[in-house]
Design a protein around this ligand. Structure first.
Ligand code: ZN
Length: 491
């Protein structure tokens, strides 16, 4: 398989030709959510970015094994390996079993992911289901001399590691600076060096989630699960590791150190990171009052939102930016995306009604080449979408009769749009998007149906029939049922 796909490798800091280790098989690991709260705007971006990677590689003919984990243990409130487990904290506040919290938010995450039309990963492993494997990895790292025990906890020895390998190479941080910047840790610390990180933590007496180990009754450090589960399911070395830019340090840096310390070599060929989402130019955060969950986004239920935005509007909005560029959320930008998405879908619909001509003035080949050139250039979706809009103008000209298209070119154009818009970009047609337009229409029809019911109660059959007929004239079929009414769009 000849690949023309170029992707930017965060590790080498340059664009590289994508050549899988074992084509046509591709292994891709993406860091998934810690399931202690609703998915928010920040979760949508990596989900859609790596869904695009998954879809495009599959479209190119690769057999992709896409692994995305669920973090359900070991992610502490504080990055310095201290504080409560995020899931346990939620469970305590809600008086639930930790695994109830995990199940509840995993289900909600899946629902949001389905709304955004992201494909399910091939494997979705839970950290808590891989305790034995994680302990084996800890032991390997201890045996190789890169970890030490301190009061029942095991810490990764960054200093020892850095003497042989290079800690910080992904994020470009210098160990000396890391040591200097984190020096002010109190003298009570169990760590030899503040940059060291936990592989295994001894559980405090009040800690609910803990497992027996050779070192203590405890739980794994957060970074460990990804080293462990990626290599378990994708092999010692695999093709792509993805995640948000916020995970680059310390999470991915620690993963690299763990895998290298255990196996003597790095595990990942291409590191890919999506950039962050800001809200009106600010970092999103609960304390800043600009935190938007996906449910709120879809139903308009947050103060900052001027209206609800359909999942497909959100998906289109995210794809309109290159995944490595920052993306700023604003009502204006989302409204513009809503219009753009509708315009694109209207053109795809219009394609179905185009009448072929015996002559042809449309260059589909050129359009197609430009689209794939953009995709192959590190998945440049904003450029791809701008080419698709050039195509929209062509489609509209054909509809208007100022351009002509023959049967062969119409078939090619239709295939191009179906492939790119639906299969690769993963958008859904307007009618299936369950969008805000549909909701607005539903409200209007509800109002009209109430007026009609009132007319019927007053035995004003003429008005009742007129309303039904006028709706039908507008393509809306209103049907009486025993509970009230049902409506549908005329096919
Ligand atoms: Zn991870």
């Amino acid at each position: 398989m000849e690949s023309k796909l170029i992707i930017y490798n965060t590790m080498s800091r340059k664009k590289e030709l994508f050549e899988p280790l074992n084509a046509p098989f591709v292994g891709m690991y993406v860091c998934g959510p810690t399931v202690y709260g609703d998915a928010h705007l920040g979760h949508a971006r990596p989900a859609i970015t790596f869904d695009l990677v998954f879809r495009y590689l599959t479209y190119l003919g690769y057999k992709v094994r896409y692994v995305r984990n669920i973090t359900d243990v070991g992610h502490l409130v504080n990055d310095a390996d201290e504080g409560e487990d995020k899931i346990q904290k939620k469970a305590r506040l809600e008086q639930l079993e930790p695994m109830e919290v995990v199940q509840f938010y995993t289900n909600r995450f899946h629902k949001n992911m389905e709304q955004l039309n992201t494909l399910s990963p091939s494997i979705e492993p839970h950290a808590s289901g891989h305790i034995i494997e994680q302990q084996a990895l800890v032991q390997k790292i201890i045996d190789n001399g890169f970890a030490y025990e301190s009061d029942g906890s095991i810490y990764f020895d960054v200093n020892a590691y850095n003497k042989k390998y290079s800690y910080g190479k992904l994020s470009g941080r210098k160990v000396e600076e890391l040591f200097a910047n984190t020096r002010q840790l109190d003298g009570q610390s169990e760590k030899r060096n503040p940059a060291d990180f936990a592989l295994w933590k001894k559980a405090a007496p009040e800690h609910i989630m803990h497992w027996p180990s050779p070192w203590s009754e405890g739980f794994p450090g957060w970074h460990l699960e990804c080293s462990c589960m990626s290599q378990k399911y994708l092999g010692d070395t695999f093709d792509i590791h993805g995640g948000g830019l916020d995970l680059q340090f310390p999470h991915h840096e620690c993963e690299i150190a763990q895998s290298t310390a255990a196996y003597g070599h790095e595990a990942v060929k291409y590191w890919m990171h999506n950039n962050m989402v800001t809200v009106n130019g600010q970092k999103m955060g609960k304390s800043l009052g600009n935190f938007i969950t996906l449910d709120q986004l879809f139903n308009g239920g947050a103060e900052i939102l001027e209206q609800p935005y359909s999942p497909m509007t959100v998906r289109f909005f995210i794809l309109q930016a290159h995944y490595r560029s920052p993306l700023d959320f604003s009502n204006e930008a989302l409204k513009a995306s809503e219009k753009g998405y509708e315009r694109l879908m209207a053109a795809v619909e219009a394609l179905k009604k185009i009448k072929v001509s015996s002559t042809n003035t449309v260059n589909v080949k050129e359009l197609s080449d430009k689209c794939f050139e953009a995709l192959n250039d590190d998945l440049n979706t904003p450029i791809l979408i701008s080419h698709l809009f050039d195509g929209v103008r062509i489609i509209n000209s054909v509809v208007a009769g100022t351009e002509k298209i023959d049967a062969e070119n119409l078939a090619a154009l239709t295939k191009l749009y179906n492939d790119l818009v639906f299969d690769v970009l993963g958008l859904l047609p307007l009618t299936e998007s369950g969008g805000s337009e549909h909701e607005a229409l539903d409200k209007v029809i509800g109002m009209v149906a109430d007026i009609r019911a009132e007319a019927k109660r007053n035995k004003d059959w003429a008005t009742a029939d007129k309303i039904r007929d006028e709706l039908k004239g507008a393509g809306i079929l209103l049907k009486d049922t025993k509970d009230g009414y049902e409506w549908s769009l005329e096919q």
